[in-house]
Write a protein that binds this ligand. Structure first.
Ligand SMILES: C=C(C)C(=O)SCCNC(=O)CCNC(=O)[C@H](O)C(C)(C)COP(=O)(O)OP(=O)(O)OC[C@H]1O[C@@H](n2cnc3c(N)ncnc32)[C@H](O)[C@@H]1OP(=O)(O)O
Length: 257
């Protein structure tokens, strides 16, 4: 891999965006390699949680602007589509994902973080969708995902001004889940990830599916999916273990079956 570093530390799988001299700008190669890195961890039963972060001072400053000069109408569409499809893929994987935002998360970098389930940011990080200042607009899903996370008013403000906001403000508006000093970021993220890694994987996968698919459905369809999914969780060994452990006053040991 040229643009990312993949590190297995079971039950965690770490992916480091690794173009620090370009502030981890996302090029076509990185889009391809991120998909490979994610797939490697999805196939690995020992990896329960995937964490994406950046090497150097940025999480990612967005799509690689130096590639934009070569784009025409058709290739721009294809480039945006390939980035956006990667984000769709990441959002819908059946293992929990965490974006550990170590610094700038801008444009496509923020769009990548928004495709993850949880965002934990360093106090020093800055977040934004500055594409408008390039005479374009967000192209990796930002126009749709930001509004779902923070509501229409704040989403429009961020996209129309292109201004960056500090991590604390991002936490206040619901864009990040947690903010910690940079020095504690890795440990806090690891603690959070370990908590998720202990949860029953079938419940995890179904909660993700119900939230991600349900949000775009008429509520009755989503509610019916929720009820139907109960038939699936109640057919798992983990459900028996969870209920027995509660009744026997002990900690459940989930096996993912
Ligand atoms: C999905 C879509 C459409 C998109 O994401 S479009 C891109 C949206 N992102 C942006 O507009 C952010 C662009 N970057 C910046 O504004 C500034 O780099 C920041 C983030 C404010 C940081 O500023 P500084 O700390 O002064 O660092 P700066 O010197 O600019 O960056 C370091 C290097 O990374 C390069 N770089 C930073 N962001 C880049 C990007 N998105 N694409 C390509 N190169 C980038 C930058 O050109 C510089 O290269 P060089 O050393 O050759 O001059």
């Amino acid at each position: 891999m040229e643009t990312i570093v993949v590190k297995k530390e079971a039950p965690l799988g770490w992916i480091y965006l690794n173009r620090p001299d370009r502030l981890n700008a996302i090029n076509q190669q990185m889009i391809k390699e991120l998909r490979q890195g994610i797939d490697e961890f999805l196939a690995d039963q020992e990896v329960k949680v995937i964490i994406i972060t950046g090497n150097g001072k940025a999480f990612s400053a967005g799509a690689d602007i130096s590639q934009f000069k070569e784009l025409n109408g058709y290739t721009a569409w294809q480039f945006a589509k390939s980035g956006r499809e990667l984000m769709d893929y990441i959002e819908n994987v059946n293992k929990p994902t965490i974006a550990m935002i170590n610094g700038y998360a801008l444009g496509g970098g923020l769009e990548l973080a928004m495709a993850c389930d949880i965002r934990i940011a360093a106090e020093e990080a800055q977040l934004g969708l500055p594409e408008i200042n390039l005479g374009i607009y967000p192209g990796f899903g930002g126009t749709q995902r930001l509004v779902r996370l923070v509501g229409k008013g704040k989403a429009l403000e961020m996209m129309l001004t292109g201004d960056r906001i500090p991590a604390k403000e991002a936490e206040r508006i619901g864009l990040v889940n947690k903010v910690v000093p940079l020095a504690n970021l890795e440990q806090e993220t690891r603690n959070f990830a370990m908590k998720l890694a202990e949860k029953p994987p079938v419940s995890v996968a179904l909660i993700k599916l119900l939230v991600n698919q349900g949000i775009d459905l008429p509520i009755l369809a989503g509610l019916n999916m929720e009820s139907l999914g109960w038939g699936v969780v109640f057919s798992t060994e983990d459900e028996k273990e969870g209920v027995n452990a509660f009744l026997e006053k002990r900690k459940a040991q989930f096996k993912g079956k």
